[in-house]
Design a protein around this ligand. Structure first.
Ligand code: ADP
Ligand code: MG
Length: 589
């Protein structure tokens, strides 16, 4: 055997560098660890600056408790920590660090200096360590807190250094780390600056403003709300955006446990689940969730970077999140549609262009299905090809002729005043006038209706259609999901399918149905919800479509009776104008 193949214990400087590489992967990990230390030292001002993507120099200054001379001598040694003393402390510690490995890891792979002074001490000290060697502690002028400087990261690990991304990408990673650290600490002022970038400042602020500052213009502060609640051994703060502000991905749903960002599916899922009442699948809310939980009830040690977490009362936490958000959404949706004083700007807020409310409606309205016989949908006479009526459950055969004037059509206690801009139905009830978006309202009613429909009925004439290769594959995957919502699809040949049965109350043209099915073949999540939302949108009357007075009144009556008066995209369905409000606006009172 070659001598070099014998087992040997690695020399300490080698093993230390290997271990260091696990804690410190890139400059952003240094930033994460140093910010944690500053926060653990009770700092409320933390300044971070760097150059060369953080690999050249990186500096974190804080106004925390500081280190004594003895602390400085010890702090960079492996397993040196002030935060726990015994193994039992691990169970109760709320500090962000406790393993005592950050400074030793950083010191092993860089040139590190720490200048620090304890509060009110007349004298400060500076520690320098060069790649784990030549430590020295010298007197230095007192500082208000601690300044850690890390230079030439990975200079002694050339392979690791080569694996770093371009400075610009490392800078982005650093900024993302700072955002994740800043969000749960609104009482701490952070500044961040790279050598030629602009300086970012997060002032000391309230949690709602901090979430808005971190998320940026996508989440303006006036659209965010703070919701609080408690449970057994835990408390929750959720900062949630109004439901009409939607995203197409989960990037703006962040979750924190004991002020650490975690990637925990259960928590994110609870938020999405609560919003499903007002936003259909495929759209995601903006929210930040902060769970504070008894350290006994949580285990961070399952993941080395503490990204994942095991929460013991996971079910209770989930339940509480859903409950809190639902009552917020309910209260909000009802309050915000009342146009009388407190929330008008919210009621009429035009969503910022970056939001994707018009996900569906932006699509061209009249994409026609490829038709084999050239006949329009409207011309086809079969029973299952009826054009959808505005109100599927109570279709009335004899509709009165349209009355273009402002003429009242009574229904219950509602009076139909007219339709304005060919889109908004105006009705009056006592001292209140309601202005209802006919498309959004109809879409919501249809959506609710379709959701409750689970029965199925064979079509008189089964409908066949061709697909592309991709659609063919996707349909084979989704067949079962469609069956669950009452749509029976049969594959009759390569890239040819037949639709055999649909729920009896689908009065949607079969082409619209097929078109919707084919449109959604790229999806692999929440297919049923998205399908129904898409179908409701396509089948609903559009803005500009003529709706007769009787139908409009019925539409209004049912819309006003809805518990959640929001369209599936989260927008309000109606606004209310009271006599009193009108008189205030006019200046009568
Ligand atoms: P840990 O944070 O896990 O204890 P570190 O290696 O990150 O381990 O830090 C070692 C010790 O150095 C800490 O326990 C703390 O006592 C001290 N320390 C580090 N950074 C600071 C700081 N910015 N202010 C005050 N003390 C600090
Ligand atoms: Mg630490």
């Amino acid at each position: 055997m070659d001598r070099s193949q014998r087992v040997a214990v690695l020399p300490p400087d080698v093993s230390r560098r290997i271990a260091a590489g696990e804690v410190i992967e890139r400059p952003a990990s240094v930033v994460r660890e140093l910010i944690d230390n500053s926060l653990d030292a009770d700092a409320d001002e933390i300044d971070i600056s760097w150059s060369g993507g953080g690999a050249e120099t990186l500096r974190v200054r804080d106004n925390g408790l500081g280190l004594s001379r003895e602390d400085l001598e010890l702090c960079w040694q492996p397993h040196a920590t002030s935060k726990i003393r015994t193994i039992d402390d691990l169970e109760t510690t709320k500090s962000l660090g406790f393993r005592g490995e950050a400074l030793s890891s950083i010191a092993a792979v860089s040139t590190m200096s720490i200048a620090s002074a304890e509060r009110d001490a007349p004298q400060g000290y500076r520690l320098t360590v060069d790649r784990g060697e030549f430590p020295s502690v010298e007197p230095a002028p007192p500082t208000a807190g601690t300044i850690v400087e890390v230079r030439q990261l990975f200079a002694n690990l050339p392979a690791r250094r080569r694996f770093l991304s371009r400075p610009q990408a490392e800078t982005t990673a650093i900024r993302n780390t700072i955002r994740d650290k800043a969000m749960p600490f609104p009482g701490v002022r952070f500044t961040a600056q790279s050598e030629n970038g602009t300086k970012t400042t997060y002032q000391k602020e309230q949690i709602v403003t901090r979430v808005s500052s971190v998320y940026g213009s996508i989440a303006p502060v006036q659209s965010l709300h703070e919701i609080e609640g408690t449970g057994d051994g835990f408390s929750l703060t959720i900062v949630a955006a109004e439901p009409h502000i939607v995203r197409r991905d989960r990037r703006y749903i962040r979750t924190f446990v004991n002020k650490r960002r975690v990637w925990e599916f259960q928590l994110t899922q609870a938020i999405e689940y609560a919003y499903q009442d007002v936003q259909h699948g495929g759209l995601y809310p903006i929210a930040a969730l902060f769970l504070e939980i008894d350290p006994h009830l949580v285990d961070f040690n399952i993941h080395p970077a503490k990204r994942e977490v095991r929460i013991r009362p996971a079910g209770e936490v989930h339940h509480r999140i859903v409950e809190l958000l639902r009552s917020f959404l309910r209260a909000y949706t009802i309050r915000s549609v009342q146009f009388d004083g407190e929330f008008p700007e919210k009621t009429f807020n035009t969503p910022s262009p970056s939001t994707s409310n018009d996900y569906y409606r932006d699509r061209p309205r009249d994409r026609s299905v490829p038709q084999n016989d050239g006949m329009s949908t409207f011309d086809r006479g079969e029973t299952h090809r009826k054009k959808i009526s505005p109100l599927p459950a109570q279709r009335s055969a004899e509709k009165p002729p349209f009355q273009p004037s402002v003429r009242a059509v009574p229904s219950d206690d509602l009076t139909y005043i007219g339709t304005i801009f060919e889109t908004y139905i105006v009705v009056q009830r006592d001292e209140r006038v309601y202005i209802i978006d006919q498309h959004a309202a109809h879409e919501r009613l249809l959506y609710n209706h379709l959701q409750n429909e689970r029965s199925t009925q064979p079509l008189l004439v089964a409908e066949e259609f061709d697909t592309t290769e991709d659609q063919d594959n996707a349909l084979r995957q989704h067949e079962e999901e469609y069956r669950k919502i009452g749509i029976k699809l049969v594959r009759i040949a390569d890239r040819r399918w037949r639709i055999d049965a649909i729920p009896p109350e689908y009065t949607i043209p079969i082409e619209t149905l097929i078109e919707t099915i084919l449109d959604l073949t790229g999806l692999n999540e929440q297919l049923d919800r998205i399908f129904l939302a898409e179908l409701a949108c396509k089948a609903a009357v559009k803005g500009g479509d003529f709706v007769d007075g009787l139908t409009a009144t019925e539409l209004a009556r049912r819309t006003l009776a809805l518990e959640v008066p929001r369209c599936p995209h989260g927008r309000p369905l109606w606004v209310e104008l009271t006599r009193q409000r009108l008189e205030t606006l006019i200046g009568r009172v």
